[in-house]
Design a protein around this ligand. Structure first.
Ligand code: IPM
Ligand code: MG
Length: 366
């Protein structure tokens, strides 16, 4: 089959890790007989430099005509000044909103070989395998009013955590659908003891749960969840939560996997259902790491696993997705490590070599 894919490398290590993702994509194409038409576009700091905006309308429109979007990272210290008019991160927020990517799936899986790469006790983290479903187009990130102004008593600023029942319903459904295909346990994380938006979240979640009697639903306050992630990570299966809570919790969760460089993500514009294709945007959860850029250092596994997620959700090719995941597992088993997950007795490799090893396993037929 032939697929159309947009490629947005972005800033810092983004282009390097995405090159390896594409290497793996091509390897899968060769092995399974698919071809890909790749269209490149600018986003983030490189787009500001070239076009004066972090995401141009043309790039957004181009992405809308594709089956999926592959993304590297955005962020550039030259634009870190909070007074700056444009920020590279604006491009990411604009594409999330522009493509309607409301469901952000972030798997948190610890490969057994990396159990010593985490700062936590092996007996606690061993077997960690859950997925966070983060709402991505609502809450504090997009709620109105959102502004800063000056009063007679000084400056003030406001952000709004706003949710409609429709927004809650569709994201919670994503959680239930995924739980159904996993261990059938859904934890909805909120702050219903304080926030109105969380009280609505909880009500709607309970209403939707009636359609999923086979899934066990729990509610957990976000402060408790942040503690339980570290105390007993293996007690989670699927976690669903609003935008900001999900942002914070998934950085925390990345420590369970050994490195940010191991965490892929999918941002979907619809509810994933078996055998159906949904438009999606695929990115590693790590940032642009400008200090590590252009040194062949960065771990490309998060990006490569994001490509696997693209096969699963946007191309509905489960076998291809599993082949990539198996190649990553095998590569780790054989001891290949980038600097961020390195431990004694392992084979230290750079970004490109890691991509080569994984791609060659796919071509050889793992
Ligand atoms: C993430 C990032 C982004 C977010 C930033 C770069 C805008 O932290 O994808 O988690 O806050 O959503
Ligand atoms: Mg984040």
């Amino acid at each position: 089959m032939k697929f159309k894919i947009a490629v947005l490398p972005g800033d810092g290590i983004g282009p390097e890790v995405l090159d390896e993702g594409i290497k793996v994509l091509e390897a899968v194409g060769k092995r399974f007989g698919h071809s890909f038409e790749l269209t490149r576009g600018l986003i983030g700091g490189v787009a500001i430099d070239a076009e004066g905006t972090a995401l141009s309308d043309d790039t957004l429109e181009m992405c809308k005509t594709k089956d999926a979007v592959l993304f590297g990272a955005v962020g550039d210290p030259r634009y870190d000044d909070p007074q700056a008019k444009v920020h590279p991160e604006d491009g990411l927020l604009a594409i999330r909103k522009g493509l309607g990517l409301f469901a952000n799936l972030r798997p948190v899986k610890l490969y057994p070989e990396l159990v010593n790469a985490t700062p936590l006790k092996p007996e606690i983290v061993k077997g960690t395998d859950f997925i966070v479903v983060r709402e991505l187009t609502g809450g504090l990130y997009f709620g109105r009013p959102k502004r800063q102004w000056t009063t007679s008593k000084g400056r003030r600023a406001v952000d709004s955590m706003a949710y409609s029942e429709q927004e809650i319903e569709r994201i919670v459904r994503v959680g239930f659908e995924l739980a159904r295909k996993r261990r059938k346990k859904l934890t909805s994380v909120d702050k219903a003891n304080v926030l109105q938006s969380s009280r609505l979240w909880r009500q709607v979640t309970i209403e939707v749960s009636r359609e999923y009697p086979d899934v066990q639903l729990d509610h957990m306050l976000v402060d408790t969840a942040s503690m339980r992630f570290i105390q007993s990570p293996t007690s989670f299966d699927v976690v669903v939560t609003e935008n900001t809570f999900g942002d914070i919790l998934t950085d925390e969760a990345s420590t369970l996997t050994g490195s940010m460089g191991m965490m892929p993500s999918a941002s979907l514009a619809g509810i994933p259902r078996e055998g159906q294709r949904v438009m999606g945007f695929y990115e590693p959860i790590h940032g642009s790491a400008p200090k590590r850029a252009n040194q062949n250092l960065a771990n490309p596994i998060a990006t490569i696993l994001s490509v696997a997620m693209m096969f699963r959700y946007s191309l509905a090719l489960e076998k291809e997705a599993e082949t990539i995941e198996a190649a990553v597992a095998e590569t780790l088993k054989e001891g290949y490590r980038t600097y961020d997950i390195l431990s004694e007795g392992c084979i230290k490799v750079g970004t490109r070599e890691m991509g080569d090893v994984i791609a060659s396993k796919i071509k050889k037929g793992i």
